[in-house]
Write a protein that binds this ligand. Structure first.
Ligand code: AMP
Ligand code: ZN
Length: 467
């Protein structure tokens, strides 16, 4: 499989460190609000990536963090006058509900930043030992970018602009104003009771530190793939690299992939511009998760995608065409066992495989899907098309759908969402397993069973079923 690596700015063969197993980190949501569909463009891009890896027979370990402490969550909790966890919990739940509504496969681990403060402190400790961290007068700890020769390699910063000692306190800032960034932020009154002890004084972690610490905990000091939206590239990902490589002296990540933005009238969809729709907004207007998923994945991830209601209309029409064809094939196949795949369907499947393996070329993958629909329809018009051939072609649809996640999903009533408590246990178990805490994993399995749920482990992760 070839992918465009943002680090080298070239298409490269994606070769994992461990043969047949890709370890990837995908920056997750900042849980201070409902995610908007721009955010879900990033998560559906990552879902397609994950599904293509699985389609190729690869094993995937995906970690997606939950940023549940940062400038924005603290501001939100302060404004709502509630404890941080009380403020973030409903947004975490909403995020998982939305992923389900969009048929996004679960990651193996969803670590929350507030559960990983010791790992973050130990990372800051290593940066002190290597002379890359220093304490400032305001009680915060900063990373000294001038001391790390490789700083700027992802964003291609011009080091001539580097002003040694210039500091930025905010988590987010522009490329032009780059300088030393906060690893650990000394407590101030805006933080209220959001505070942890550290060898450098009371405070809380910077956003960038969170991802480096959690990524290395679950995926190792060097791992294969790291992704996010293009706005994460700088400063977030640059700073993640600096912290990790500064502490370990080893390469942090071999491949970086970034998706372009979802836009509205030519502008990035974002909270700050106010031009956003949440998934809930669109579901309420009568669109289905399936239709929204279709729109979000129907484009090349490195090209900006313009969101319009016309696109949702078109998705509805296109899905109806696919459904009609699949229904007709299903009726024709009846209970017949699959026979030989007709050559035209093999040809489409090969074209599809080549497309997704060429840096996730989804426009071509969709062209393959519709050529399968067209060819199937013409085959069925010729009266001699046999049930076993129809059954074989349905298998090809299913193979393609393992990547699209559109055909077999959401056609009937909305799949029942897991109760929040069960969802939380399932995630806790995934974390236990990622930590090789088998006793913990078994204990949670029993707890789930006592509540009437059976969990099975499969290649795609945990499968949960009501007993
Ligand atoms: P945040 O919650 O702001 O940290 O963003 C979560 C993810 O959504 C990140 O990977 C962002 O890069 C991505 N993102 C935010 N806005 C957009 C957008 N309009 N289009 C695509 N991705 C976005
Ligand atoms: Zn991150």
């Amino acid at each position: 499989m070839q992918i465009y690596n943002s680090l080298t700015r070239r298409k490269e063969a994606l070769i994992p460190i461990e043969s047949g197993h890709v370890r990837m980190y995908t920056c997750g949501p900042t849980v201070y609000n409902f995610a908007h569909i721009g955010n879900f463009r990033a998560y559906t891009f990552e879902d397609i990536l994950r599904r293509v890896l699985l389609f190729n027979g690869c094993r995937v370990t995906q970690v997606m963090n939950l940023t549940d402490v940062d400038d924005k969550t603290i501001r939100g909790a302060g404004a709502a006058a509630v404890p941080l966890k009380t403020f973030t919990a409903p947004f975490i739940q909403a995020f998982f509900d939305d992923l389900k509504a969009l048929n996004v496969q679960s990651a193996e681990v969803y670590p929350a930043a507030t559960d990983h403060i010791p790992e973050m402190l130990s990372l800051v400790g290593k940066l002190f030992e290597r002379g890359l961290a220093y304490k400032s007068d305001d009680g915060s700890v900063y990373f000294s970018v001038a001391k790390l020769p490789g700083y700027g390699k992802l964003a291609h910063l011009d080091r001539a602009n580097l002003r040694a000692g210039a500091r930025v306190a905010n988590d987010e800032y522009e490329k032009e104003s780059y300088g030393d960034f906060a690893l650990w932020k000394g407590w101030d009154s805006n933080d209220g009771d959001v505070v942890w002890e550290s060898p450098w004084g009371r405070g809380r972690p910077g956003w960038h530190l969170e991802c480096s610490a959690m990524a290395m905990k679950y995926l190792g000091e060097t791992f294969d793939l790291h992704t996010g939206g293009i706005d994460n590239l700088f400063p977030h990902h640059e700073n993640e690299i600096a912290q990790a490589e500064g502490a370990t002296g080893k390469p942090f990540v071999n491949f970086w992939m970034h998706c372009a933005h979802l836009r509205v009238n030519g502008e990035k969809m974002s909270k700050s511009l106010g031009n956003f729709f949440t998934l809930r907004d669109l579901l309420q207007k009568g669109w289905s998760g399936r239709e929204i998923r279709y729109v979000l994945i129907n484009g090349h991830y490195r090209q900006p995608l313009n969101f319009t209601f016309d696109a949702l209309d078109a998705a509805r029409t296109s899905l109806a065409r696919v459904d009609e064809c699949v229904d007709a094939l299903t009726a024709l196949a009846g209970s017949a066992a699959a026979g030989l795949v007709p050559p035209w369907a093999t040809h489409v499947c090969n074209f599809f495989t080549a497309s997704v393996n060429d840096d996730l070329n989804m426009p071509e993958a969709f062209a393959a899907l519709f050529s399968l629909v067209r060819e199937s329809n013409s085959a069925m018009r010729v009266g001699s098309f046999k049930p076993e051939s129809a059954a074989a072609v349905l298998k090809v649809f299913d193979a393609l759908d393992s990547v699209f996640g559109l055909i077999r999903f959401g056609r009937t009533a909305h799949e029942e969402a897991l109760p929040p408590e069960i969802e939380a246990l399932v995630h806790a178990r995934a974390t236990a397993r990622a930590n090789k805490d088998w006793r913990g994993s078994d204990r949670i399995r029993e707890e789930l069973a006592s509540k009437g749920w059976e969990v099975r482990d499969s290649k795609e992760g945990q499968k949960i079923k009501k007993l």
